[in-house]
Design a protein around this ligand. Structure first.
Ligand SMILES: [Zn+2]
Length: 410
């Protein structure tokens, strides 16, 4: 086989951003990273603030103490308006540790075998870090074989950043290539944020059905719900899941049906896996996939009982009675929160269910970010900008009467 023409489609978009530091006099660092936490573009929360995207797609840091947002950049003389401001160059999910902003880049190239009879696609990736204070950017770690730039959610545990790296290059019959930064074979990897040491712990989506998520019809290659998602850390294990379908035709039928609902009409199989931080082993978990993991509690949907259920740190199951199925339940301060139309809150200790008294937040896409010094910090969008508010529990729930079960919905 001669060298054939090839084409690489770069599907990933890299946006690199940096953090503007906020004063935190009591600490060595401006931005305080939790010892263990999960980060995503929508939920990038630190002990003293939150990272978010401004309407102009600049990365901002919202300081919980001052309740002010500033561009994620403290470079001397930077106006924070130009492309070279860190807030414009460090990606939409920058991870901050010891006042460095960590972000990823990846390149790929088609390499001929020595006998020129075959080709492979090699992937080269970099973890970069930018100093918030000086703006200096360095290559912090380099690794091959996986592309980390489309990772949806990250976990930090004790200075180690865990992420999903993908290999999704595909060679067509005519020799051309398609490349995607997400989907395909996906591996759990880690980077030590102090030494730069990289590890690849192995393939996560190893089901024989995982390839069925990639539908090839004619000249199109369609990758459907093809991402390994990290859920979080619970009892020293990192949980992650993916979905696939046993019979690809079931997926194709829904794709071809204009009324088809990809989420509900395809008989998806969810495989939930966990990585033991101590033994470094990835195994299949007995638990259903997590809907949220926070404060070392594990929230999931109990299919048999048709309700949410939660495992506390002693792995005791608590049935979350009356809490409706929603897109993004979140555990904060020992309570499960829901700000969608049917607003309510479940207290894990007392198993009480509360209705929220303030419907101001239900019309907005409200997220609950943190509980600090007796107040909750909420974020929602209004008039195309991000609004942050600090509220007390009684502002949200009224008088909770010491947490006794009011059985509001039962
Ligand atoms: Zn700047």
């Amino acid at each position: 086989m001669n060298i054939k023409k090839y084409m690489i489609m770069l599907l990933s978009v890299f946006i690199f951003t940096a953090l503007t530091a906020c004063a935190e006099n009591s600490s060595e660092y401006r931005i305080l990273t939790p010892d263990a936490a999960v980060f995503s573009a929508e939920n990038n929360i630190y002990k003293n603030g939150a990272v978010y995207l401004s309407p102009t797609q600049q990365v901002y840091f919202f300081d919980f103490e001052s309740m002010q947002g500033v561009p994620l950049c403290n470079k001397p003389d930077c106006t924070h308006k130009l492309d070279n401001c860190l807030s414009n160059t460090c990606g939409n999910t920058p991870i901050i540790y010891n006042d460095y902003i960590f972000f990823f880049e990846s390149e790929n190239e088609i390499v001929d075998s020595e006998d020129k009879k075959s080709q492979s696609c090699r992937v080269y990736s970099k973890c970069k870090r930018a100093s918030i204070d000086t703006g200096e950017i360095q290559t912090f770690a380099e690794f091959e074989g996986v592309d980390p730039t489309a990772c949806y959610r990250y976990v930090i545990n004790d200075k180690i950043l865990y992420l999903i790296g993908a290999y999704s290059a595909y060679q067509w019959n005519d020799g051309t290539w398609s490349y995607s930064s997400n989907g395909g074979k996906q591996y759990l990897c880690s980077i030590d944020l102090e030494s730069g040491k990289f590890n690849n712990y192995g393939l996560v989506n190893d089901s024989p059905y995982a390839e069925n998520n990639i539908v090839i019809e004619g000249g199109s290659r369609n990758s459907v719900s093809d991402q390994v998602i990290i859920s979080g850390i619970y009892n020293k294990k990192i949980y992650m899941y993916y979905q696939c379908v046993e019979n690809q035709q079931d997926l194709i039928d829904v794709l071809h049906d204009s009324q088809g609902d990809l989420e509900n009409d395809v008989p998806w199989i969810y495989e939930n896996k966990c990585f033991d931080i101590e033994t470094k082993e990835i195994t299949v978990s007995d638990l259903p996939k997590a809907e949220d993991i926070n404060e070392n509690t594990y929230l999931y949907w109990n299919d048999t009982k048709d309700t949410y259920a939660l495992l506390n740190e002693k792995e005791t199951e608590i049935i979350v009675s009356g809490f409706e199925k929603i897109w993004r339940p979140h555990i904060i301060n020992g309570k499960i929160w829901n700000f969608s139309e049917k607003t309510h809150c479940f207290d894990i200790d007392s198993e009480a269910l509360y209705e929220m008294i303030n419907n101001k937040y239900t019309a907005n896409d409200t997220q609950i970010l943190a509980y600090l010094k007796g107040k909750y910090i909420l974020q929602y969008s209004s008039n195309n900008s991000q609004v942050f508010e600090s509220v007390t529990e009684s502002d949200l729930l009224g008088d909770t009467n010491g947490g006794k079960n009011e059985d509001i919905f039962m």
